[in-house]
Design a protein around this ligand. Structure first.
Ligand code: GLV
Length: 334
């Protein structure tokens, strides 16, 4: 017979995990535990996913996912009691939002906890591309300073650059503030809607191509939706031009990656700082050779501090759900 303590744990509501969320792997599962629920781990089962879901369909009311867990109608069909999805991501492109809305499934995201870290990373990538920090780091470490002499001139100033931000949400606004107030850049933006000019004084461009034509660097901070998929296409890259730089901390598919790679290889744009890619973790091999391209492995959100805050937010959202209290970071459609 199960001990009272084991029985108490077994009676807790279950939160389904489809795949190992990134935060667990990086930070440790112990930070996500709670006396109010327990995790049911699909990835530990030897059953195929659909059989596992069918076996647990009636007991699962909450799902915890990461940015890499695609949840569409097929999975939702197998979980008829599901009422909330908590995601460790700020972006929600992995979730079928229309299906969730139709079924009355609520969503809690990572909200604002990564915004400052992602904004820092966007600025870091831009500085690195312009000032060639990674490239000159390689130059020194390869011993070329001693054998070939000074690093070739080519570094560009950040001060005074015209920055075009695509997506002036929580992250975009922080990028704008850093670059304008901290580095003397001018900022313009493109967003779904023009912001109230009393609160957001930057010039608005309805058309990304026009924004690119008036920018030295385009920084992508928007969510991935059907409207923003390949928003940076051949025409936008041409408008950005030979001296232009792309920084992407949004989602790889906001850019037509093939076209961007071609432009970088053929010198039709000046450089790129990329944290995200269309087919992660696959990165186009042409980019590995280019000194004007700085790459990071979708890690803009990953700081020790943000992971700690994430654990608290995930647990807080799930505890709120099981206590019938308002979610801490509920996503609301507008
Ligand atoms: O890219 C990461 C996220 O959306 O949280």
């Amino acid at each position: 017979m199960a001990s009272p303590a084991t029985a108490a744990v077994e009676n807790l509501p279950q939160v389904l995990l489809l795949l190992h969320p990134a935060a667990f792997t990086i930070f440790g599962e112990e930070h996500f535990t709670s006396p109010k629920f327990r995790f049911l781990k699909a990835y530990e089962s030897s059953l195929p996913l659909d059989e596992f879901l069918a076996a647990n369909a009636r007991s699962v009311r909450a799902l915890l996912v990461s940015a890499a867990t695609v949840v569409g109608a097929g999975i939702l069909d197998l979980l008829p009691e599901l009422r909330v999805i908590v995601t460790t991501s700020a972006g929600l492109d992995q979730l079928d939002l229309a299906e969730c809305r139709r079924r009355g499934i609520r969503i809690a995201s990572a909200g604002d906890i990564y915004s400052a870290d992602v904004a820092d990373c966007a600025v870091g990538l831009l500085i690195d591309v312009l000032r060639k920090i990674s490239a000159s780091n390689r130059y020194v470490k390869n011993g070329f300073w001693a054998t070939k002499g000074d690093y070739p001139l080519g570094s560009k100033q950040l001060r005074g650059k015209r920055i075009g931000i695509v997506g002036l949400g929580r992250i975009g606004l922080q990028v704008a503030k850093r670059l304008q107030q901290g580095f003397g850049c001018t900022v313009s933006y493109n967003s779904r809607k023009k912001k109230n000019p009393d609160q957001v004084p930057y010039p608005f461009y309805q058309d990304v191509r026009e924004l690119a034509a008036n920018s030295d660097a385009l920084i992508l901070c928007c969510g991935l939706t059907e409207q923003t998929r390949h928003a940076v296409d051949k025409e936008v890259l041409a408008a950005l031009g030979k001296a232009g730089v792309i920084v992407n901390v949004a989602r790889g598919a906001v850019v037509d990656e093939k076209e961007m790679v071609r432009c970088l290889v053929e010198g039709e744009i000046a450089g790129a700082g990329l944290d995200v890619f269309e087919d992660e973790p696959v990165v186009p091999k042409e980019l590995m050779e280019l000194d004007n391209v700085v790459l990071s492995p979708h890690s803009a959100v990953l700081t020790r501090e943000s992971m700690m805050e994430l654990a608290r937010l995930v647990v807080g959202n799930l505890e709120a759900f099981f206590s019938n209290e308002p979610l801490l970071s509920e996503y609301e459609d507008d």
